[in-house]
Design a protein around this ligand. Sequence first.
Ligand code: ADP
Ligand code: MG
Length: 614
Amino acid sequence: MSIQQLSETIINQIAAGEVIERPASVVKELVENALDAGASRVEVATAGGGLTLIRVTDNGGGIPMDQLALAVSRHCTSKLSGGIDAIRTLGFRGEALPSIGSVARLCLRSRTQEADAAAEIAVDGGRVGRVKPIAANPGTTVEVRDLFFATPARLKFMKSTRTEAAAIADVIRRVALAFPEVRFTLSGTDRSTFDLPAVTADGDGLLRRLGQVLSKDFPENALPIDADREGISLTGYVSIPSFSRGNALHQFAYINGRPVRDKLIGSAIRSAYMDVLPRDRHAVTALFLSLDPALVDVNVHPAKADVRFRDPGLVRGLIVGAIRQALDSTGMRAATTSGTAMLASFRTPQNGFDNASSYGNYGTGRYDGGWSASSSPSRPLEEAVAPAGFAEGRQAAFDMGGAATSADARASVSEYAQDVVRHPLGAARAQLHENYIVAQTEDSLVIVDQHAAHERLVYEALKKAIHARPLPSQMLLMPEIVNLPEEDADRLASHAEFFVGLGLRLERFGPGAVAVRETPAILGETDAVALVCDLADEIAEHDTADSLRERIDRIAATMACHGSVRSGRRLKPEEMNALLRQMEATPGSGTCNHGRPTYIELKLADIERLFGRR
Ligand code: ADP
Ligand code: MG
Protein backbone atom coordinates (compact mmCIF):
# COMPACT_ATOMS: atom_id res chain seq x y z
CA MET A 1 0.00 0.00 0.00
CA SER A 2 1.33 3.43 -0.83
CA ILE A 3 1.83 6.08 1.80
CA GLN A 4 -0.75 8.88 1.65
CA GLN A 5 -1.26 12.18 3.40
CA LEU A 6 -4.30 11.92 5.72
CA SER A 7 -7.24 14.20 5.07
CA GLU A 8 -7.79 17.20 7.32
CA THR A 9 -10.95 15.62 8.74
CA ILE A 10 -9.23 12.35 9.63
CA ILE A 11 -6.37 14.23 11.27
CA ASN A 12 -8.87 16.19 13.34
CA GLN A 13 -10.76 13.04 14.26
CA ILE A 14 -7.53 11.44 15.44
CA ALA A 15 -6.84 14.50 17.59
CA ALA A 16 -10.44 14.39 18.84
CA GLY A 17 -9.82 10.81 19.98
CA GLU A 18 -7.50 12.20 22.64
CA VAL A 19 -8.97 15.61 23.40
CA ILE A 20 -12.69 14.82 23.24
CA GLU A 21 -13.22 11.68 25.24
CA ARG A 22 -16.81 12.39 26.26
CA PRO A 23 -19.32 15.25 26.39
CA ALA A 24 -17.69 16.64 29.53
CA SER A 25 -14.45 17.11 27.55
CA VAL A 26 -16.30 19.35 25.08
CA VAL A 27 -17.70 21.40 27.94
CA LYS A 28 -14.24 21.67 29.48
CA GLU A 29 -12.67 22.95 26.25
CA LEU A 30 -15.48 25.43 25.53
CA VAL A 31 -15.57 26.79 29.08
CA GLU A 32 -11.79 27.17 29.02
CA ASN A 33 -12.07 29.16 25.80
CA ALA A 34 -14.68 31.43 27.39
CA LEU A 35 -12.43 32.03 30.40
CA ASP A 36 -9.40 32.67 28.19
CA ALA A 37 -11.55 35.29 26.43
CA GLY A 38 -11.99 37.12 29.76
CA ALA A 39 -15.68 36.33 30.26
CA SER A 40 -17.34 37.26 33.57
CA ARG A 41 -20.33 35.10 32.79
CA VAL A 42 -20.37 31.58 31.35
CA GLU A 43 -23.64 29.81 30.64
CA VAL A 44 -23.76 26.14 29.76
CA ALA A 45 -26.89 24.36 28.55
CA THR A 46 -27.06 20.65 27.75
CA ALA A 47 -29.48 17.99 26.59
CA GLY A 48 -29.15 14.22 26.39
CA GLY A 49 -26.13 14.19 28.69
CA GLY A 50 -24.40 16.53 26.27
CA LEU A 51 -24.64 14.09 23.39
CA THR A 52 -27.70 15.79 21.92
CA LEU A 53 -26.72 19.36 22.70
CA ILE A 54 -24.04 21.40 24.42
CA ARG A 55 -24.24 25.18 24.24
CA VAL A 56 -21.73 27.46 25.91
CA THR A 57 -22.34 31.20 25.89
CA ASP A 58 -19.94 33.80 27.23
CA ASN A 59 -19.65 37.59 27.41
CA GLY A 60 -15.92 37.62 26.70
CA GLY A 61 -13.85 39.36 24.05
CA GLY A 62 -15.32 37.55 21.06
CA ILE A 63 -13.72 36.66 17.72
CA PRO A 64 -13.52 39.12 14.81
CA MET A 65 -15.56 38.03 11.80
CA ASP A 66 -12.51 37.62 9.59
CA GLN A 67 -10.94 35.15 12.06
CA LEU A 68 -13.87 32.78 12.52
CA ALA A 69 -12.58 30.43 9.83
CA LEU A 70 -9.15 30.36 11.50
CA ALA A 71 -10.69 29.60 14.90
CA VAL A 72 -12.05 26.31 13.58
CA SER A 73 -8.83 25.39 11.73
CA ARG A 74 -6.34 23.02 13.21
CA HIS A 75 -3.27 24.46 14.94
CA CYS A 76 -4.61 28.00 14.93
CA THR A 77 -4.52 29.78 18.25
CA SER A 78 -4.34 33.32 19.55
CA LYS A 79 -2.66 32.17 22.78
CA LEU A 80 0.93 31.15 22.14
CA SER A 81 2.56 34.52 21.54
CA GLY A 82 4.90 33.97 24.51
CA GLY A 83 6.05 30.53 23.36
CA ILE A 84 5.43 27.11 24.81
CA ASP A 85 7.32 27.89 28.05
CA ALA A 86 5.19 30.86 29.02
CA ILE A 87 1.64 29.50 28.96
CA ARG A 88 -0.73 31.45 31.16
CA THR A 89 -3.95 30.63 29.33
CA LEU A 90 -5.97 27.45 29.69
CA GLY A 91 -5.83 26.70 25.97
CA PHE A 92 -2.76 26.75 23.74
CA ARG A 93 -2.94 23.80 21.36
CA GLY A 94 -5.38 25.25 18.84
CA GLU A 95 -7.15 21.95 18.38
CA ALA A 96 -10.36 21.96 20.43
CA LEU A 97 -12.72 23.63 17.95
CA PRO A 98 -11.52 21.73 14.85
CA SER A 99 -11.55 18.44 16.81
CA ILE A 100 -15.11 18.98 18.01
CA GLY A 101 -16.15 20.08 14.53
CA SER A 102 -14.78 16.86 13.06
CA VAL A 103 -16.90 14.57 15.26
CA ALA A 104 -20.08 16.63 15.78
CA ARG A 105 -22.12 19.49 14.32
CA LEU A 106 -20.56 22.66 15.59
CA CYS A 107 -21.78 26.20 15.24
CA LEU A 108 -19.60 29.09 16.40
CA ARG A 109 -21.23 32.53 16.75
CA SER A 110 -19.26 35.49 17.91
CA ARG A 111 -19.13 39.24 18.10
CA THR A 112 -16.28 41.29 19.52
CA GLN A 113 -17.08 44.00 22.04
CA GLU A 114 -16.31 46.68 19.41
CA ALA A 115 -18.06 45.18 16.36
CA ASP A 116 -21.62 46.19 15.56
CA ALA A 117 -22.60 42.83 14.10
CA ALA A 118 -22.00 39.17 14.82
CA ALA A 119 -21.10 36.31 12.50
CA GLU A 120 -21.26 32.54 12.57
CA ILE A 121 -19.50 29.57 11.04
CA ALA A 122 -20.63 25.94 11.08
CA VAL A 123 -18.54 22.76 10.93
CA ASP A 124 -20.47 19.58 10.30
CA GLY A 125 -18.54 16.34 10.76
CA GLY A 126 -15.42 18.09 9.46
CA ARG A 127 -17.13 20.01 6.62
CA VAL A 128 -16.53 23.71 7.18
CA GLY A 129 -19.30 26.07 6.06
CA ARG A 130 -19.11 29.74 5.08
CA VAL A 131 -19.01 32.69 7.44
CA LYS A 132 -22.40 34.41 7.65
CA PRO A 133 -23.42 37.62 9.38
CA ILE A 134 -26.10 37.25 12.05
CA ALA A 135 -27.61 39.29 14.88
CA ALA A 136 -26.22 38.55 18.36
CA ASN A 137 -24.87 40.24 21.48
CA PRO A 138 -21.14 40.73 22.04
CA GLY A 139 -19.44 37.56 23.22
CA THR A 140 -19.37 34.03 21.90
CA THR A 141 -21.79 31.12 21.69
CA VAL A 142 -20.64 27.66 20.67
CA GLU A 143 -23.30 25.09 19.99
CA VAL A 144 -22.41 21.42 19.60
CA ARG A 145 -25.07 18.97 18.45
CA ASP A 146 -25.01 15.22 17.86
CA LEU A 147 -21.62 14.65 19.43
CA PHE A 148 -19.73 11.66 17.95
CA PHE A 149 -22.28 11.18 15.14
CA ALA A 150 -19.27 11.10 12.81
CA THR A 151 -17.36 8.56 14.95
CA PRO A 152 -19.90 5.84 15.88
CA ALA A 153 -17.22 3.72 17.58
CA ARG A 154 -16.71 6.42 20.22
CA LEU A 155 -20.44 6.91 20.62
CA LYS A 156 -20.75 3.28 21.73
CA PHE A 157 -18.58 3.97 24.76
CA MET A 158 -20.82 6.61 26.24
CA LYS A 159 -22.30 5.86 29.64
CA SER A 160 -25.87 6.72 30.64
CA THR A 161 -27.20 10.19 29.98
CA ARG A 162 -27.23 10.79 33.67
CA THR A 163 -23.58 9.79 34.14
CA GLU A 164 -22.45 12.01 31.29
CA ALA A 165 -24.54 14.90 32.65
CA ALA A 166 -22.97 14.44 36.07
CA ALA A 167 -19.48 14.49 34.55
CA ILE A 168 -20.35 17.78 32.84
CA ALA A 169 -21.48 19.31 36.12
CA ASP A 170 -18.23 18.15 37.74
CA VAL A 171 -16.09 19.74 35.05
CA ILE A 172 -17.82 23.10 35.47
CA ARG A 173 -17.61 23.00 39.26
CA ARG A 174 -13.95 22.13 39.09
CA VAL A 175 -13.02 25.04 36.88
CA ALA A 176 -15.42 27.36 38.73
CA LEU A 177 -13.29 27.07 41.87
CA ALA A 178 -10.40 28.73 40.06
CA PHE A 179 -12.57 31.63 38.84
CA PRO A 180 -14.74 32.80 41.75
CA GLU A 181 -15.27 36.17 40.09
CA VAL A 182 -17.04 34.53 37.15
CA ARG A 183 -20.69 33.53 37.26
CA PHE A 184 -21.34 30.02 35.99
CA THR A 185 -24.73 28.56 35.18
CA LEU A 186 -25.67 25.09 34.04
CA SER A 187 -29.16 24.57 32.63
CA GLY A 188 -31.03 22.50 30.09
CA THR A 189 -33.00 19.30 30.13
CA ASP A 190 -30.36 17.28 31.96
CA ARG A 191 -30.97 16.87 35.63
CA SER A 192 -27.96 18.53 37.27
CA THR A 193 -28.36 22.29 36.94
CA PHE A 194 -26.94 25.08 39.05
CA ASP A 195 -26.16 28.75 39.27
CA LEU A 196 -22.93 29.90 40.88
CA PRO A 197 -23.17 33.68 41.38
CA ALA A 198 -19.95 35.63 41.03
CA VAL A 199 -18.07 36.40 44.23
CA THR A 200 -14.89 38.35 44.85
CA ALA A 201 -11.58 37.10 43.50
CA ASP A 202 -9.86 37.10 46.92
CA GLY A 203 -9.61 34.48 49.66
CA ASP A 204 -13.06 35.31 51.06
CA GLY A 205 -14.59 34.95 47.62
CA LEU A 206 -12.85 31.64 47.15
CA LEU A 207 -14.20 30.40 50.47
CA ARG A 208 -17.72 31.40 49.41
CA ARG A 209 -17.28 29.72 46.05
CA LEU A 210 -16.09 26.59 47.86
CA GLY A 211 -19.26 26.77 49.92
CA GLN A 212 -21.33 27.01 46.72
CA VAL A 213 -19.52 24.16 45.02
CA LEU A 214 -18.50 21.67 47.73
CA SER A 215 -20.93 21.98 50.59
CA LYS A 216 -22.17 24.83 52.67
CA ASP A 217 -20.52 23.28 55.72
CA PHE A 218 -17.08 23.44 54.15
CA PRO A 219 -16.19 27.08 54.93
CA GLU A 220 -16.59 26.64 58.68
CA ASN A 221 -14.55 23.46 58.62
CA ALA A 222 -11.77 24.80 56.40
CA LEU A 223 -8.27 26.01 57.18
CA PRO A 224 -6.60 28.61 54.99
CA ILE A 225 -3.35 27.68 53.29
CA ASP A 226 -0.85 30.33 52.32
CA ALA A 227 2.79 29.50 51.84
CA ASP A 228 5.59 29.97 49.42
CA ARG A 229 8.97 28.53 48.78
CA GLU A 230 11.55 29.42 46.16
CA GLY A 231 9.13 31.38 44.02
CA ILE A 232 6.31 28.83 44.12
CA SER A 233 3.23 29.94 45.99
CA LEU A 234 0.52 27.77 47.43
CA THR A 235 -2.88 29.10 48.53
CA GLY A 236 -6.31 27.62 49.12
CA TYR A 237 -8.23 25.79 51.80
CA VAL A 238 -8.12 22.34 53.33
CA SER A 239 -10.61 20.66 55.63
CA ILE A 240 -10.01 20.00 59.30
CA PRO A 241 -9.51 16.26 59.82
CA SER A 242 -12.94 15.52 61.19
CA PHE A 243 -14.48 16.90 58.00
CA SER A 244 -13.34 14.07 55.76
CA ARG A 245 -14.73 12.01 52.90
CA GLY A 246 -14.68 8.37 51.88
CA ASN A 247 -12.89 9.12 48.59
CA ALA A 248 -10.48 11.67 47.20
CA LEU A 249 -12.91 13.13 44.67
CA HIS A 250 -13.19 16.29 46.72
CA GLN A 251 -9.55 17.19 46.32
CA PHE A 252 -9.11 19.95 43.79
CA ALA A 253 -5.76 21.15 42.57
CA TYR A 254 -4.85 23.98 40.22
CA ILE A 255 -1.65 25.13 38.66
CA ASN A 256 -1.71 28.73 37.50
CA GLY A 257 -5.51 28.48 37.46
CA ARG A 258 -5.58 25.26 35.44
CA PRO A 259 -7.41 22.31 37.02
CA VAL A 260 -5.00 19.38 37.14
CA ARG A 261 -5.05 15.82 38.35
CA ASP A 262 -1.69 14.97 39.70
CA LYS A 263 -0.49 11.97 41.65
CA LEU A 264 2.21 13.94 43.37
CA ILE A 265 -0.27 16.44 44.81
CA GLY A 266 -2.62 13.67 45.96
CA SER A 267 0.16 11.81 47.68
CA ALA A 268 1.45 14.99 49.34
CA ILE A 269 -2.04 15.62 50.75
CA ARG A 270 -2.26 12.05 52.06
CA SER A 271 1.11 12.42 53.67
CA ALA A 272 0.16 15.71 55.33
CA TYR A 273 -2.96 14.20 56.88
CA MET A 274 -1.36 10.89 57.75
CA ASP A 275 -1.38 11.57 61.47
CA VAL A 276 -4.95 12.70 61.66
CA LEU A 277 -6.84 10.59 59.14
CA PRO A 278 -7.14 6.84 58.76
CA ARG A 279 -6.07 5.47 55.38
CA ASP A 280 -9.61 5.17 54.06
CA ARG A 281 -10.63 8.76 54.84
CA HIS A 282 -9.76 11.69 52.61
CA ALA A 283 -9.48 15.39 53.25
CA VAL A 284 -11.43 17.94 51.24
CA THR A 285 -8.96 20.33 49.63
CA ALA A 286 -8.71 23.12 47.09
CA LEU A 287 -5.09 24.00 46.46
CA PHE A 288 -3.75 26.58 44.06
CA LEU A 289 -0.14 26.53 43.03
CA SER A 290 1.22 29.46 41.17
CA LEU A 291 4.63 29.40 39.67
CA ASP A 292 6.64 30.54 36.71
CA PRO A 293 5.15 28.61 33.74
CA ALA A 294 8.69 27.62 32.77
CA LEU A 295 8.90 25.47 35.93
CA VAL A 296 6.03 23.22 34.98
CA ASP A 297 5.26 21.39 31.75
CA VAL A 298 1.52 21.36 31.01
CA ASN A 299 2.04 20.03 27.51
CA VAL A 300 2.09 16.38 28.62
CA HIS A 301 -1.26 15.22 27.30
CA PRO A 302 -3.76 16.83 24.89
CA ALA A 303 -6.38 17.06 27.65
CA LYS A 304 -3.89 19.30 29.56
CA ALA A 305 -4.77 17.86 33.00
CA ASP A 306 -1.41 16.14 33.50
CA VAL A 307 1.63 18.13 34.44
CA ARG A 308 5.31 17.65 35.14
CA PHE A 309 7.16 19.77 37.62
CA ARG A 310 10.75 20.75 37.12
CA ASP A 311 11.31 20.13 40.84
CA PRO A 312 8.75 17.65 42.21
CA GLY A 313 10.42 17.38 45.62
CA LEU A 314 10.08 21.12 46.17
CA VAL A 315 6.37 21.09 45.31
CA ARG A 316 5.72 18.07 47.51
CA GLY A 317 7.58 19.59 50.43
CA LEU A 318 5.71 22.87 50.05
CA ILE A 319 2.31 21.15 50.10
CA VAL A 320 3.07 18.77 52.98
CA GLY A 321 4.67 21.53 55.06
CA ALA A 322 1.91 24.08 54.50
CA ILE A 323 -0.93 21.67 55.30
CA ARG A 324 0.78 20.25 58.38
CA GLN A 325 1.40 23.75 59.64
CA ALA A 326 -2.25 24.67 59.13
CA LEU A 327 -3.36 21.51 60.93
CA ASP A 328 -0.96 22.13 63.82
CA SER A 329 -2.09 25.72 64.20
CA THR A 330 -5.65 24.65 64.81
CA GLY A 331 -4.48 22.74 67.83
CA MET A 332 -7.66 21.21 69.05
CA ARG A 333 -10.33 22.41 66.71
CA ALA A 334 -13.11 19.86 66.34
CA ALA A 335 -15.70 19.69 63.57
CA THR A 336 -18.49 22.18 64.05
CA THR A 337 -20.89 19.99 62.11
CA SER A 338 -21.23 17.69 65.07
CA GLY A 339 -22.26 20.48 67.42
CA THR A 340 -24.53 22.09 64.86
CA ALA A 341 -26.23 18.84 63.95
CA MET A 342 -26.67 17.97 67.58
CA LEU A 343 -28.34 21.30 68.18
CA ALA A 344 -30.56 20.85 65.16
CA SER A 345 -31.52 17.47 66.46
CA PHE A 346 -32.32 18.77 69.92
CA ARG A 347 -34.31 21.54 68.44
CA THR A 348 -36.69 19.44 66.38
CA PRO A 349 -39.62 19.29 68.78
CA GLN A 350 -41.59 16.52 67.07
CA ASN A 351 -38.64 14.24 67.48
CA GLY A 352 -38.53 14.53 71.22
CA PHE A 353 -35.71 12.88 73.11
CA ASP A 354 -35.78 9.49 71.49
CA ASN A 355 -34.55 10.75 68.19
CA ALA A 356 -31.15 9.15 68.43
CA SER A 357 -31.31 7.77 64.89
CA SER A 358 -31.26 11.23 63.39
CA TYR A 359 -27.59 11.53 64.29
CA GLY A 360 -26.76 8.78 61.87
CA ASN A 361 -26.48 10.72 58.65
CA TYR A 362 -26.03 14.40 59.02
CA GLY A 363 -23.87 16.59 56.89
CA THR A 364 -20.68 15.68 55.24
CA GLY A 365 -18.65 15.57 58.40
CA ARG A 366 -19.93 12.20 59.48
CA TYR A 367 -17.71 9.37 60.39
CA ASP A 368 -18.59 6.04 59.02
CA GLY A 369 -17.14 4.02 61.82
CA GLY A 370 -17.66 4.75 65.46
CA TRP A 371 -19.79 7.85 65.18
CA SER A 372 -23.13 6.19 65.41
CA ALA A 373 -26.15 7.18 67.41
CA SER A 374 -25.18 4.95 70.28
CA SER A 375 -21.68 6.33 70.59
CA SER A 376 -22.64 9.92 69.89
CA PRO A 377 -21.33 12.12 72.65
CA SER A 378 -24.78 13.62 72.97
CA ARG A 379 -26.18 10.39 74.43
CA PRO A 380 -24.97 10.92 77.95
CA LEU A 381 -26.74 14.27 77.97
CA GLU A 382 -29.98 12.71 76.91
CA GLU A 383 -29.74 9.95 79.37
CA ALA A 384 -28.96 12.33 82.17
CA VAL A 385 -32.62 13.25 82.15
CA ALA A 386 -33.71 9.65 82.52
CA PRO A 387 -33.81 7.98 85.96
CA ALA A 388 -30.81 5.77 85.17
CA GLY A 389 -28.80 8.87 84.38
CA PHE A 390 -29.54 10.47 87.73
CA ALA A 391 -27.95 7.66 89.66
CA GLU A 392 -24.78 7.96 87.70
CA GLY A 393 -24.87 11.72 87.84
CA ARG A 394 -24.83 11.52 91.63
CA GLN A 395 -21.89 9.23 91.63
CA ALA A 396 -19.79 11.09 89.14
CA ALA A 397 -20.62 14.74 89.59
CA PHE A 398 -18.39 16.79 91.79
CA ASP A 399 -17.42 20.37 92.25
CA MET A 400 -14.00 21.84 92.44
CA GLY A 401 -14.23 21.96 96.23
CA GLY A 402 -14.43 18.20 96.31
CA ALA A 403 -11.44 18.01 94.06
CA ALA A 404 -9.13 19.85 96.39
CA THR A 405 -6.95 17.55 98.39
CA SER A 406 -6.45 19.44 101.62
CA ALA A 407 -8.23 21.95 103.78
CA ASP A 408 -5.53 24.53 103.04
CA ALA A 409 -6.11 24.13 99.40
CA ARG A 410 -9.79 24.73 99.88
CA ALA A 411 -9.27 28.42 100.56
CA SER A 412 -7.96 28.97 97.07
CA VAL A 413 -10.46 26.66 95.46
CA SER A 414 -12.82 29.25 94.10
CA GLU A 415 -9.92 31.20 92.68
CA TYR A 416 -8.57 28.03 91.19
CA ALA A 417 -11.93 27.15 89.73
CA GLN A 418 -12.19 30.62 88.24
CA ASP A 419 -8.84 30.14 86.68
CA VAL A 420 -9.54 26.72 85.28
CA VAL A 421 -12.70 27.67 83.42
CA ARG A 422 -10.63 30.19 81.51
CA HIS A 423 -8.75 27.41 79.76
CA PRO A 424 -10.06 26.55 76.29
CA LEU A 425 -11.32 23.18 77.52
CA GLY A 426 -12.37 24.49 80.92
CA ALA A 427 -12.74 22.68 84.21
CA ALA A 428 -13.79 19.04 84.42
CA ARG A 429 -17.12 18.72 86.18
CA ALA A 430 -18.10 15.10 85.75
CA GLN A 431 -17.37 11.85 84.03
CA LEU A 432 -20.32 10.10 82.45
CA HIS A 433 -20.53 6.56 81.16
CA GLU A 434 -16.99 6.14 82.33
CA ASN A 435 -15.70 7.71 79.14
CA TYR A 436 -17.14 11.19 78.65
CA ILE A 437 -15.66 14.07 80.56
CA VAL A 438 -18.03 16.97 80.90
CA ALA A 439 -16.21 20.24 81.38
CA GLN A 440 -17.24 23.84 81.82
CA THR A 441 -15.58 26.82 80.19
CA GLU A 442 -16.49 30.46 80.54
CA ASP A 443 -19.06 30.32 77.79
CA SER A 444 -19.60 26.71 76.86
CA LEU A 445 -19.95 23.10 77.80
CA VAL A 446 -17.32 20.68 76.54
CA ILE A 447 -17.67 16.93 76.22
CA VAL A 448 -14.44 14.99 75.79
CA ASP A 449 -14.16 11.43 74.54
CA GLN A 450 -11.57 10.34 77.02
CA HIS A 451 -10.35 7.29 75.15
CA ALA A 452 -9.92 9.11 71.86
CA ALA A 453 -8.20 12.03 73.52
CA HIS A 454 -5.78 9.90 75.45
CA GLU A 455 -4.89 7.81 72.44
CA ARG A 456 -3.99 10.97 70.58
CA LEU A 457 -1.81 12.27 73.37
CA VAL A 458 0.09 9.00 73.66
CA TYR A 459 0.63 8.93 69.91
CA GLU A 460 2.01 12.45 69.81
CA ALA A 461 4.35 11.70 72.69
CA LEU A 462 5.56 8.48 71.08
CA LYS A 463 6.17 10.15 67.77
CA LYS A 464 8.14 12.91 69.40
CA ALA A 465 10.28 10.41 71.24
CA ILE A 466 10.82 8.38 68.10
CA HIS A 467 11.90 11.27 65.94
CA ALA A 468 13.98 13.00 68.57
CA ARG A 469 16.91 10.58 68.32
CA PRO A 470 18.21 7.93 66.00
CA LEU A 471 15.88 4.97 66.06
CA PRO A 472 17.20 1.67 67.33
CA SER A 473 17.91 -0.80 64.60
CA GLN A 474 17.95 -4.54 64.55
CA MET A 475 20.93 -6.28 63.01
CA LEU A 476 20.14 -8.97 60.45
CA LEU A 477 22.00 -12.24 60.98
CA MET A 478 22.75 -12.38 57.29
CA PRO A 479 22.66 -9.17 55.27
CA GLU A 480 19.75 -9.22 52.86
CA ILE A 481 20.90 -8.64 49.29
CA VAL A 482 18.27 -6.84 47.22
CA ASN A 483 18.69 -6.85 43.44
CA LEU A 484 17.10 -3.94 41.68
CA PRO A 485 17.65 -1.62 38.73
CA GLU A 486 20.89 0.29 38.87
CA GLU A 487 19.13 3.70 39.14
CA ASP A 488 17.13 2.46 42.12
CA ALA A 489 20.23 1.15 43.84
CA ASP A 490 21.82 4.55 43.27
CA ARG A 491 18.87 6.42 44.69
CA LEU A 492 18.79 4.24 47.79
CA ALA A 493 22.52 4.61 48.34
CA SER A 494 22.26 8.38 48.10
CA HIS A 495 19.71 8.38 50.95
CA ALA A 496 21.67 5.91 53.08
CA GLU A 497 22.53 8.44 55.75
CA PHE A 498 18.92 9.52 56.18
CA PHE A 499 17.93 5.88 56.55
CA VAL A 500 20.48 5.29 59.32
CA GLY A 501 18.67 7.84 61.48
CA LEU A 502 15.52 5.78 61.10
CA GLY A 503 17.25 2.50 61.91
CA LEU A 504 17.71 1.20 58.39
CA ARG A 505 21.29 0.47 57.36
CA LEU A 506 22.00 -0.36 53.75
CA GLU A 507 24.89 -0.01 51.34
CA ARG A 508 25.76 -0.57 47.70
CA PHE A 509 26.52 -4.20 46.90
CA GLY A 510 28.08 -4.16 43.48
CA PRO A 511 26.13 -3.09 40.39
CA GLY A 512 22.34 -3.30 40.62
CA ALA A 513 22.14 -4.42 44.24
CA VAL A 514 22.10 -3.14 47.80
CA ALA A 515 22.84 -5.03 51.00
CA VAL A 516 20.50 -4.40 53.94
CA ARG A 517 22.33 -4.94 57.24
CA GLU A 518 19.95 -3.50 59.83
CA THR A 519 16.23 -2.72 59.86
CA PRO A 520 14.28 -0.41 62.21
CA ALA A 521 13.64 -2.36 65.41
CA ILE A 522 10.21 -0.82 65.80
CA LEU A 523 9.05 -2.54 62.60
CA GLY A 524 9.77 -5.95 64.15
CA GLU A 525 10.22 -8.87 61.73
CA THR A 526 9.93 -7.03 58.48
CA ASP A 527 10.26 -7.98 54.84
CA ALA A 528 13.45 -6.06 54.06
CA VAL A 529 13.19 -6.63 50.31
CA ALA A 530 9.66 -5.22 50.11
CA LEU A 531 10.62 -2.30 52.32
CA VAL A 532 13.63 -1.39 50.21
CA CYS A 533 11.76 -1.74 46.92
CA ASP A 534 8.94 0.49 48.17
CA LEU A 535 11.44 3.06 49.28
CA ALA A 536 13.20 2.98 45.91
CA ASP A 537 9.86 3.53 44.15
CA GLU A 538 9.01 6.37 46.40
CA ILE A 539 12.31 8.13 45.90
CA ALA A 540 12.00 7.65 42.15
CA GLU A 541 8.58 9.20 42.16
CA HIS A 542 8.89 11.98 44.69
CA ASP A 543 12.57 12.30 45.35
CA THR A 544 11.94 11.77 49.07
CA ALA A 545 11.77 8.74 51.28
CA ASP A 546 8.89 9.79 53.46
CA SER A 547 7.30 6.38 53.41
CA LEU A 548 9.73 4.95 55.94
CA ARG A 549 8.86 7.75 58.31
CA GLU A 550 5.19 7.11 57.59
CA ARG A 551 5.52 3.42 58.33
CA ILE A 552 7.17 4.19 61.60
CA ASP A 553 4.52 6.74 62.50
CA ARG A 554 1.86 4.16 61.76
CA ILE A 555 3.49 1.74 64.15
CA ALA A 556 3.50 4.47 66.75
CA ALA A 557 -0.22 4.96 66.14
CA THR A 558 -0.89 1.28 66.68
CA MET A 559 1.13 1.24 69.85
CA ALA A 560 -0.65 4.34 71.09
CA CYS A 561 -3.95 2.65 70.52
CA HIS A 562 -2.90 -0.22 72.76
CA GLY A 563 -1.33 1.93 75.40
CA SER A 564 -4.08 4.44 75.99
CA VAL A 565 -6.81 4.71 78.57
CA ARG A 566 -9.66 2.52 77.47
CA SER A 567 -13.12 3.89 77.87
CA GLY A 568 -14.55 2.45 81.02
CA ARG A 569 -11.81 3.66 83.30
CA ARG A 570 -12.95 6.01 86.00
CA LEU A 571 -10.77 9.11 86.30
CA LYS A 572 -10.25 11.28 89.33
CA PRO A 573 -11.04 14.98 88.91
CA GLU A 574 -7.36 15.92 88.86
CA GLU A 575 -6.69 13.24 86.26
CA MET A 576 -9.46 14.64 84.12
CA ASN A 577 -8.19 18.17 84.43
CA ALA A 578 -4.68 16.99 83.66
CA LEU A 579 -5.98 15.35 80.49
CA LEU A 580 -7.72 18.56 79.44
CA ARG A 581 -4.56 20.63 80.03
CA GLN A 582 -2.50 18.15 78.09
CA MET A 583 -4.92 18.27 75.19
CA GLU A 584 -4.64 22.05 75.12
CA ALA A 585 -0.87 21.80 74.97
CA THR A 586 -0.76 19.20 72.21
CA PRO A 587 -1.09 20.23 68.59
CA GLY A 588 -3.58 18.15 66.67
CA SER A 589 -5.34 16.86 69.75
CA GLY A 590 -8.75 17.94 68.44
CA THR A 591 -8.98 14.68 66.56
CA CYS A 592 -7.99 11.16 67.48
CA ASN A 593 -5.55 9.14 65.36
CA HIS A 594 -8.47 8.03 63.25
CA GLY A 595 -9.63 11.56 62.51
CA ARG A 596 -12.68 11.53 64.74
CA PRO A 597 -13.13 14.50 67.05
CA THR A 598 -11.81 14.03 70.57
CA TYR A 599 -14.20 16.59 72.00
CA ILE A 600 -17.23 18.64 71.10
CA GLU A 601 -18.17 22.02 72.38
CA LEU A 602 -21.65 23.43 72.92
CA LYS A 603 -21.75 27.18 73.36
CA LEU A 604 -23.81 28.47 76.25
CA ALA A 605 -25.60 30.74 73.81
CA ASP A 606 -26.70 27.68 71.84
CA ILE A 607 -27.82 25.88 74.97
CA GLU A 608 -29.87 28.91 75.86
CA ARG A 609 -31.39 28.84 72.40
CA LEU A 610 -32.33 25.21 72.96
CA PHE A 611 -34.30 26.24 76.01
CA GLY A 612 -35.93 29.09 74.16
CA ARG A 613 -34.18 31.66 76.32
CA ARG A 614 -32.94 33.57 73.28
P1 ADP B 1 -6.96 27.11 21.83
O1 ADP B 1 -7.94 27.42 22.92
O2 ADP B 1 -5.99 26.07 22.21
O3 ADP B 1 -6.33 28.33 21.26
P2 ADP B 1 -9.32 26.34 20.37
O4 ADP B 1 -9.52 25.46 19.19
O5 ADP B 1 -10.03 25.99 21.61
O6 ADP B 1 -7.76 26.44 20.62
O7 ADP B 1 -9.73 27.81 19.95
C1 ADP B 1 -9.11 28.41 18.82
C2 ADP B 1 -9.12 29.94 18.93
O8 ADP B 1 -10.44 30.42 18.81
C3 ADP B 1 -8.64 30.45 20.26
O9 ADP B 1 -7.23 30.61 20.29
C4 ADP B 1 -9.35 31.79 20.37
O10 ADP B 1 -8.64 32.80 19.70
C5 ADP B 1 -10.64 31.56 19.61
N1 ADP B 1 -11.77 31.28 20.53
C6 ADP B 1 -12.31 30.07 20.78
N2 ADP B 1 -13.35 30.18 21.65
C7 ADP B 1 -13.45 31.50 21.95
C8 ADP B 1 -14.33 32.25 22.81
N3 ADP B 1 -15.28 31.67 23.53
N4 ADP B 1 -14.14 33.60 22.87
C9 ADP B 1 -13.16 34.19 22.16
N5 ADP B 1 -12.32 33.53 21.34
C10 ADP B 1 -12.45 32.20 21.22
MG1 MG C 1 -9.30 26.07 23.64
